[in-house]
Design a protein around this ligand. Structure first.
Ligand code: ADP
Ligand code: GN1
Ligand code: MG
Length: 361
């Protein structure tokens, strides 16, 4: 199904142009420019990954409605600070096409005068982390019922570890030998996989409404003010651990190179960036975080990076079935870069803990 023909299913003026946009690994994102100059984001939803599209869209509607009210109460501009879904001509939050191959699509209003960054300055990193903290704060009183779990066990690291073990055992693509060093690296860290889940199960870490995909490029930064304007990519917003949001932001923003750098030796921790992220996140979140959550912020950066490395390695072993790739060996490069970052987070643990303490003074 061609994206241009999908635009007609949504309640927008006729479209003059549709162009691919963004660097996400799951969906296809397009910018739609209409004859009257208004712009929209059109996304083909990957429904192999998100198997219950109506439930996901229901979550997004509830979350954006709630955020809209919060931003209004705080005197902000909800049209720029909150994503707005565009309804279809039938008044639905997504469109489904039939035929031989079923496809699912949704549309958002384009937020003008802002952009996302794959790599940032410390000031932008501080703003992005503050935006994620604010996002958690504003959703703390989302009324019941709980949001749907859009991907089961999404950040349940023990399950991710089991999936990795099964993939290594099955060796479906005959690649395990090429990844022997990475498999050993992962097996040597089995003892960390359940740390946060055990604390959550014991009631020592609360489950909150969190974002769960806090890559730096999931915050729009305002061109004019440099402020972290709007948190986007809401597919995985659901109950989870606050510290994982902080950690995943560090995984991308405090890294010295891209998550898929083919030269893993370039990967390291930028402690100035880490300090900026900690300051930004805690400026919003320290008011509601428990002592146990604050204490686990540095460890969460390591754990979510390890989990991400496991997921890339699992996909490499399975034959590249989940993440988009643009070159042979892409997922193995990603796993290597993530595991190098895990090692660097391990070495920097005490310094990171001291930075967090300094932010609280
Ligand atoms: P993915 O899941 O593929 O990462 P995103 O929802 O993050 O998809 O969108 C991809 C990119 O499109 C973002 O990084 C951002 O640059 C841009 N984008 C998404 N939504 C909007 C919006 N409402 N306004 C402006 N730009 C947007
Ligand atoms: C995927 O769609 P995108 O690129 O924002 C993935 C995240 C990973 C990320 C790694 C639903 O996110 O969990 O952290 O790639 N999303 C899903 O870049 O699996
Ligand atoms: Mg994104």
């Amino acid at each position: 199904m061609h994206p241009q023909s999908i635009v007609d299913h949504f309640n927008v003026p006729p479209a003059a142009a549709v162009a691919l946009h963004g660097s996400g690994l799951i969906h296809e994102t397009y910018i739609v420019t209409c004859d009257d100059g208004t712009r929209y984001i059109l996304q083909q939803i990957n429904h192999k990954v998100f198997r219950n599209v109506p439930a996901m869209q229901e979550n997004i509607l509830r979350v954006t409605d709630h955020l809209w009210r919060k931003v209004q109460e705080e005197g902000g501009d909800p049209a720029r600070e909150v994503l707005t879904l565009v309804p279809t001509t039938e008044g639905r939050s997504f469109c489904r096409t039939g035929g031989g191959r079923e496809t699912f699509w949704r549309m958002y209003r384009f937020i003008e005068g802002a952009r996302t960054y794959d790599a940032a300055t410390p000031a932008q990193a501080r703003q992005a982390a503050a935006a994620f903290g604010r996002f958690q704060r504003r959703l703390a009183d989302l009324p019941d019922p709980p949001l749907h779990e859009t991907i089961a066990g999404f950040h349940h690291t023990p399950s991710r570890f089991e999936a990795f073990m099964r993939a290594a055992e099955a060796d479906a693509a005959g690649r395990a030998t090429d990844a022997a060093a990475e498999i050993d690296f992962a097996l040597a860290r089995q003892d960390i996989v359940a740390v946060l889940e055990d604390l959550a199960a014991a009631g020592d870490l609360p489950r909150r409404v969190v974002h769960n995909d806090t890559k730096l490029n999931n915050v729009l930064i305002d061109d004019a003010t440099g402020r972290g304007l709007c948190v986007i990519d809401l597919d995985t917003v659901m109950p989870g651990l606050s510290v994982i949001d902080f950690g995943d932001c560090c995984r991308t923003a405090a890294a010295t190179t891209a998550e898929d750098d083919p030269d893993a030796s370039r990967m390291g921790v930028d402690l100035d960036m880490f300090a900026a992220l900690a300051e930004g996140y805690l400026s919003e979140a320290r008011a509601f975080l428990t002592g146990e959550e604050i204490e686990h912020l540095p460890f969460a950066a390591r754990l979510i990076t390890f989990e991400q490395g496991l997921r890339f390695l699992t996909d490499w072993l399975a034959g590249d079935v989940y993440y988009k790739i643009t070159r042979p060996g892409h997922n193995l490069d990603r796993a290597r870069a993530q595991f190098k970052l895990v090692r660097e987070f391990e070495d920097a643990h005490e310094t990171m803990a001291a930075i967090i303490r300094r932010c609280l003074d």
